[in-house]
Design a protein around this ligand. Sequence first.
Ligand SMILES: Cc1cc2nc3c(=O)[nH]c(=O)nc-3n(C[C@H](O)[C@H](O)[C@H](O)COP(=O)(O)OP(=O)(O)OC[C@H]3O[C@@H](n4cnc5c(N)ncnc54)[C@H](O)[C@@H]3O)c2cc1C
Ligand SMILES: NC(=O)c1ccc[n+]([C@@H]2O[C@H](COP(=O)([O-])OP(=O)(O)OC[C@H]3O[C@@H](n4cnc5c(N)ncnc54)[C@H](OP(=O)(O)O)[C@@H]3O)[C@@H](O)[C@H]2O)c1
Length: 502
Amino acid sequence: MSSMPRVVIVGAGASGLACAISLKKVHGHDNFTIYEKGSDVGGTWRDNIYPGCSSDVPMSFYSLSSDLHDWPQSHGSNEDIQAYWVGLTRKYGLYRHIEFNKTVVLAEWNSEKQLYTLTVENLATGEQSVTTAAIVVSAIGVLGFPRYAGIPGRETFKGELFHSGRWDTSIDLAGKKVGVIGNGASATQFIPCITEDPNVNVVNFCRTPNWLLPPARKTYSNLRRAILRNIPFAYRLVRWAVFLRFEFMYLAVFGNAFLRKIVTKLLTSYIRYTAPPGLHDKLIPSFPVGCKRVIFDTHYLKALHRPNLKVNWDGVERITEDGIITKTGDRIPLDVLIFATGYAADEYPLPVVGNRKMSIQESFRADGGGKAYLGTTVPGFPNFFMITGPNVVTGHTSVIYTTEVQINYIMQLIAPILGREIESLEVTQNATDAYDDKIQARLSNSVFMHCHSWYRVGGQGKVTNNFPAAATVFWLWLRKPNWNHYKVVGGESNLSMKYVAK
Ligand SMILES: Cc1cc2nc3c(=O)[nH]c(=O)nc-3n(C[C@H](O)[C@H](O)[C@H](O)COP(=O)(O)OP(=O)(O)OC[C@H]3O[C@@H](n4cnc5c(N)ncnc54)[C@H](O)[C@@H]3O)c2cc1C
Ligand SMILES: NC(=O)c1ccc[n+]([C@@H]2O[C@H](COP(=O)([O-])OP(=O)(O)OC[C@H]3O[C@@H](n4cnc5c(N)ncnc54)[C@H](OP(=O)(O)O)[C@@H]3O)[C@@H](O)[C@H]2O)c1
């Protein structure tokens, strides 16, 4: 086995683990290591421990197609989801492949040796070591690097301060004045939970409203769970039904202006019906539905009726040692400040240097933002594969689905490398340019262009996070590699005989 080319996966979140499982299942490949900067697997679900954190996609579809699970509720809490991934890590014997508390600080392609040299830092000791791999898979996620919104004065605040993605469980909020900056998916999940206690006084600093869908969470009956466990194909049917529901949602929200108008009316009525009347004007967005991530309401609108929750729309001017000064000059004293201000999703943080002696960051900058063929491969970076690379997020369906589609594609691409039929494989510039032109033409006419969001470079530039079509199209495009879009080193004839001819 060890004579097989070595694969390094960066990141042990859902994507890295799913990739490792496929390496074992599809290729029987065992010569791989996952480097993980955290101290356990799970990524998003290890890090997000804020009260009320849960999926907004039903778990029947937000789980691996190979590992269906008997979920007690439609939507999983962070604990349930984390336990699921820890369970899969054990089931597939992945722990022995993972090196925790190790961050990959550089991956550099060596054209002569046809492999990557990786520099790995041990976060416990600060020591750096060097290792090599024939193939590198980036599974570092998109929503793992907290952003603090660049508000001046953050370092002067003398109270407790943390980001929603790094919740500080040691702080008891009871009896405290708590400021929450942001009203996106994270804030709207934890604000209803923390304000359940009338002794927690929250001021929610909001800048832009969001479209919210009515709550969708259900607890499953024992009968339903027994049916799904025991009747063959019942679970598959449920998964298909959820998939199709989200595809319909794509059509209604992103694909059709007439249906979007109807959805807009329905969601406006939902906000008017649920939120306090005095806030309606502020809470109803002026941008089209789908432009920002649509949020499944977890009773945030209802919580706005609570006397211990106030919404402030004046804008945050700066943070002082004891609170916030708004753009209207009001001083709001605070004991705790929670940043629910999202993530640096427009910057790819893993330093990779390819065969053009250019880093991937320089390459993306030159292109005005992330650009990858099918969101997976980048010209100039042989044997380097990205999961959730540029323009992969659909904004309407399960990320685990898109991850599985990408992994299936990557498993096909790496087959000739693992089999030592070729040494390396690199997507052509032409194929990448043509693909990017196609998707950017679609995106420039899309709903995503009408507001500020993490989908776009700097919030308002090129859309580099979204895929501009339904999830079915994503599957269709990545189902089989077009080998003509790749150039190879070593064994060109092997590739053409065995793969291109198919
Ligand atoms: C609060 C929250 C809720 C969400 N809910 C949903 C949902 O309901 N449905 C949905 O489809 N999506 C949801 N998402 C998106 C979610 O991020 C993805 O669904 C999925 O979990 C991403 O998995 P991943 O493995 O690609 O990335 P991550 O989970 O981010 O994992 C990446 C891993 O890589 C590690 N890493 C990063 N850089 C390095 C490095 N240089 N060296 C070593 N290790 C590194 C990180 O520590 C991390 O463990 C949610 C996101 C958030 C933040
Ligand atoms: N399963 C789930 O339901 C779930 C839960 C959490 C997260 N997620 C995923 O994670 C993504 C990120 O969610 P998130 O809520 O963490 O981040 P986010 O959606 O990026 O929201 C960040 C919030 O911070 C606000 N903000 C930023 N700078 C500000 C400033 N200077 N002053 C005031 N407000 C400011 C933003 O306002 P503007 O809108 O004005 O920029 C926005 O309301 C989601 O889109 C979703 O994909 C999913």
